[in-house]
Each structure stands twice: as C-alpha cells, then as structure tokens.
Design a protein around this ligand. Structure first.
Ligand code: NAD
Length: 435
C-alpha cells in the first residue's frame, strides 16, 4: 500500500519505518526541515533501539522517503497517518491545533478517496472534529479512523512490529477493510485487531495511560507509607505482584512518572471530564501525588548536607524520563537538576542517550561526563534518576574512590540495600527499610 505519515516523531517515524519494513511504500512528512534533511541524509533523528537498522534498510530499498511538502504526502498516500503532537494546553486539555491544522489542509488538497488515520492521542470526539474540519473545504470522499498507538519508547519497534493488540475505531466498512489489510502482517501470531467505534477507540488510549499512571502512583504512595511505618516496598511489591489480578509489572516505585505521554494524557482525560461536569477524582489525585513524588528525594539530599548545597557537586546518572530513550520531556531528573542549581550546587550529569537534549536545555550550566564514572570524580554525592541497565551493577570500589562522600541517593531503587550497607555506602532509596 502507499502510505503517508504526517509527523515523524517517536510515533510517526516508527510507524513509517515499520510499515515500510512490511513492504509498504511510505512517504513521511514533517514541517521540521532540519529533521527531514537529516533523515534524507540517512540519520535517525531520535534514539530508539533497533530503529536505525530498519530505517537504513528501507531507505536503501526505496520504500521509505521523506518530504516537508504536505501536499506531496497527501497525493502519494492512500492511507494518511496523523502522528502529530497533542501537547498539554494551558488548561490541561490536549491542544489539537496541530491535528486540526493538518486536517484543514487535507480538506484543501485531497482529490481522491483517502483513509485518514489518527494515531495521535486525542480526546473523545476528535475523529468527528477532524471529519468536519476536512469537510469544510473538501468534496472528495474520505474516511477518518481512530487508531491509537500503544508503543512504548525504548521498545517502540518491537511494540509496533508485534503489537499486543491493534485498536481500530471506525464506522466505515471500507476504511476498516483497508486498515485490516494493512495491519494483518503484524498480527500473524494471533493478537487481535479490535474494531470499535471512534469514540471508544479514542478513550481506550486515555484510559490505558491513565490506568498505568494510576498503578505507578499507587505504588509510590505505598512506598511513601512504607517509609513512615518501617515496611519495605520491595517486599510488599513482590508479595502483591504474585496475585495474577495485580501482576508484577508497573509496581516499581520511584521519583514519579514523566515523559511525553502520561503527564499530559492524565490531565487531558481529567479536563475532558471536567468540561462535561464529570469529575475524575482519581485522576486529580494521581496528578497531585505524582507532582509530590518528584519532590521527595531533594530534601534527603539537602538534609544530608545540612541544608547547605552551596558549592557542592552532585553527580547525576540518568536524565531521560525512562531508560532506552533520549526523551527528556517531563523527566523527573529535570526537577532534581533545577532544585540543585537553585540551591547553589554544581551538577555533573551523565545519560547514555539523552545528553544532547539536556545540553540543548541547560547549556553550560551543567557539566557533562563522557561516561558514568567520570561524573562521579570528585563529586560530593551520586544521584540516580533513570534506571538504565548500565547503572545496575556498578564498580563500587571505583565509585567510593571517586566520590568525596560514599553516598548514593537512588530515585529508582536499583541496588540491594544490604549490599550497599556492606560496601559502606550511605544509601537512600524509595520506601525501603534502612540496613
Ligand atoms: P513528537 O513530538 O516526537 O513528534 C511530532 C512530530 O510532528 C515532530 O517531528 C514535529 O515536527 C511534527 N509536526 C508538527 N506539526 C506538523 C505539521 N503541521 N506537519 C507535519 N509535521 C508536523 O511526538 P510523538 O511523541 O511522536 O507523539 C505524537 C502523538 O502520538 C502524540 O499525540 C502522542 O501523545 C502520541 N503517542 C506518543 C507515544 C510516545 O511514546 N511518544 C506513544 C503513543 C502515542
């Protein structure tokens, strides 16, 4: 099939590349000329494991191409994917200006039947809104499908190639047939393509992300409570997770969720409820608890240094909002950096993939290390904000000789408390018993 993907961020570029990998001809459109030039020159503009191999292979095969020209994309594709940003607006709602802006242009440009597929995360009713926006200036036949994306950054290629499910929201038999044909190669192992109406599909995405954010937040509250009563959240987590109704995943406490999805999606669902006088009390609590969770580690750092961080140097491991991505949007590490700088500390930062994005934001205000140990040289303490696997089994002797004080503040509970006590390292983590 001939596919156009509008927006080549984490979702769009993975979608385009993986569709090309399955033999489709894909033209990716982005307004960011720099990005398009980079991609045309064969460079993947984001870090996403395994994406580079597929990207290169499909460009070479001539199945994956790039342009800044939307009209060219619309002429090319039988199916038009919208993978555009839906950022948080000032009032917490999802800002639809990118999606509706492109919808307006679609209305002006298309001259043959197209299936317009909304992959962006959007509030209930957006498919109708996209349809009416296109109809304002369009006489050609078209269908709008809601096809929310469930890929996880860091596993995006795998998630796209072998999805647990595909959700298609449409009331058009013709569009459903096209979508089923397109996705069939991705579900050969038997995972379902779930067909539903547009509104239910739109809500499925918000409900899934809000549920996951709630699950993490619930565990963060349990961890905070453990800290107060002397229980150990690791033991509680393992005890809970063996119940198959609960499951072992997503029970790890930490310094809050971040990223480009959970924070904005929880708020957007809450706001869409509020707009029709339905109050998602649980989501209000999730937002509030998560904001608080980002703040819980800083006072520990501060009080260790008698509330005087002026001139102290803090090494940070992990800047991305989670491992295996370079995405720093709403990353808890950024909160910690801001607080440390505000208190007069120097920050030496390291992340395996997110350094460039952090440099763009902070410039020379921070020092950056070539590797994880270099930032600890001469630092007064080590702070861990992201659970990259390379941080999991560090050389403790090297760390102790590098750091001025053998102290680690761990926002991701990476190390066994007993081991760290044996190593003579003062170790502060989240919701665990002190040894
Ligand atoms: P992103 O910010 O990484 O990428 C969006 C891209 O769209 C950018 O390259 C931008 O230049 C481009 N763009 C903006 N306006 C454009 C226009 N008018 N024409 C062409 N291109 C334009 O965003 P993302 O993380 O890929 O997310 C896209 C959507 O998918 C959002 O709604 C998001 O909530 C949703 N989503 C994201 C993830 C994720 O893990 N990132 C997962 C599932 C769903």
């Amino acid at each position: 099939m001939k596919i156009a993907v509008i927006g080549t961020g984490y979702v769009g570029l993975v979608t385009g590349t993986c569709l090309a990998e399955n033999g489709n001809d894909v033209l990716c459109v982005d307004i960011d000329k720099n990005k398009v030039d980079q991609m045309k020159a064969g460079t993947v503009p984001i870090y996403e494991p395994h994406l580079d191999v597929l990207f290169e292979r499909n460009i070479k095969a001539g199945r994956l191409n790039f342009t800044t020209n939307l009209k060219e994309g619309l002429d090319f594709g039988e199916v038009i994917f919208l993978a555009l940003p839906t950022p948080e607006d000032e009032d917490g709602s999802a800002d639809l200006k990118y999606v509706l802006g492109v919808a307006k242009e679609i209305g002006e440009y298309i001259t043959t039947y197209k299936v317009i597929v909304d992959k962006s995360t959007v509030p209930v009713g957006t498919a109708d809104l996209v349809k009416s926006t296109i109809e304002m200036s369009c006489k050609t036949d078209f269908d709008v499908v809601s096809n929310p994306e469930f890929l996880r950054e860091g596993f995006a290629v795998d998630d796209f190639l072998k999805p647990e499910r595909i959700v298609i929201g449409s009331s058009s038999e013709r569009a459903i047939e096209v979508m089923q044909r397109l996705y069939q190669p991705f579900v050969r192992s038997g995972n379902p393509i779930i067909i539903m109406d547009e509104k239910s599909a739109e809500l499925t995405k918000y409900a899934s992300n809000s549920f996951l954010a709630t699950k993490i937040t619930f565990m963060n509250e349990i961890a905070n409570y453990c800290q107060k009563v002397g229980a150990d959240v690791d033991k509680v987590r393992i005890g809970m997770g063996t119940d198959s109704r609960i499951g072992k995943r997503f029970l790890f406490p930490g310094i809050g969720y971040g990223g480009s999805c959970f924070p904005k999606d929880v708020k957007a669902l809450h706001k869409s409820g509020k707009d029709i006088n339905y109050y998602f009390k649980i989501l209000e609590a999730v937002v509030e608890v998560n904001e608080h969770q980002k703040t819980i580690l800083f006072p520990e750092v501060s009080s260790y240094f008698d509330d005087n961080l002026e001139g102290k140097t803090i090494a940070i491991w992990g800047l991305a909002f989670k491992p295996e991505t370079d995405d720093i949007r709403e990353a808890p590490a950024l909160y910690m950096i801001d607080k440390l700088l505000e208190a007069g500390a120097n920050v030496k930062a390291f992340d395996p993939e997110a350094m460039e994005n952090v440099k763009e934001k902070y410039g020379d205000t921070l020092q950056y290390g070539k590797d994880m140990y270099e930032v600890t040289e001469g630092a007064d303490a080590l702070l861990i904000c992201t659970e990259w696997s390379i941080f999991r089994t560090p050389n403790y002797n090297l760390l102790k000789s590098n750091l001025q004080n053998p102290v680690i503040f761990d926002g991701r509970n990476l190390y066994p408390t007993v081991e760290l006590a044996k190593q003579g390292i003062h170790y502060i983590s989240i919701g665990r018993q002190k040894v």
